[in-house]
Write a protein that binds this ligand. Sequence first.
Ligand code: DGI
Ligand code: FE
Ligand code: FE
Length: 194
Amino acid sequence: MKNKDREQLEKYRKAIEKRLKPSRYEHSVGVAYTAGALAMRWETDMVKAMTAGFLHDWAKSLDEKEQEKLCRKYLPELPEEIYRSPSVLHAPLGAYLVQKDLEITDEEILSTIRFHTTGTPGMTVPEMILFTADYIEPCREGLEGLERLRRLAFVDLEAAVREILGLTLAYLERSGRPIDTETRRAYEYYSARA
Ligand code: DGI
Ligand code: FE
Ligand code: FE
C-alpha cells in the first residue's frame, strides 16, 4: 500500500488504542487484519476494509445509556424499536461518530460500520467482509462454528454471512434477548437465498 495509506491506518490504530480497553483494542486489530485478508481474497479495497476494521467498535467505549442518549440526539431516524436491543446501538452510532471525530466521510466505510452488528438485506461485499471479520477474527474464542467459519469465509463469503446470522439469531433466542428488526430482516434475506 502507499505510504499515505500506511500513515492513515497507523493514525486510526493509535486512535482506537487510546479509546478502547486493551482486550477490545486487540479485537479491533484482529478485525482489521482479518478484513484486510478477506478484501484481498474478495478483491475489494484493502485499505478501506482495514480502516473499518480498526474503527468499527469506536462507540463501544461509551456505556449503553450514553449510547442511547447520543443516538436519540444525533440519529433521530433510528426506529424506536432499536432501543430494546441496546447492544446493537454502537454500530449506527459508531458510523456517526467516526465521521464527527475522525472526519471519515467515505460512505463505503461508514455503511460497513453501520451494519456490522445486525447485518442488513443485500449487503455489499465490503459490508459482508466487516460483518464476517468481526465474528472470525483470531482473538475470538468460544463462539459456535468458529473453525469452519474461518475457512468458509475464504471460500463462500455469503454462506459465511448466512451461517453467522443463523448462529446469532439462535443465540439471541436461547438467551431470551430481543431480536432487532434489522437482524431478522438480514437473516430472512440470506436464508431465502440459500
Ligand atoms: O461489538 P462486538 O462485541 O465486537 O460484536 P457485535 O458488534 O457483533 O455485537 C455483538 C453483540 O450484539 C452480541 O452480544 C449479540 C448482540 N446482537 C446482535 N444482534 C442483536 C444483538 N442483540 C440484540 N438484543 N438483538 C439483536 O438483534
Ligand atoms: Fe461491534
Ligand atoms: Fe467488534
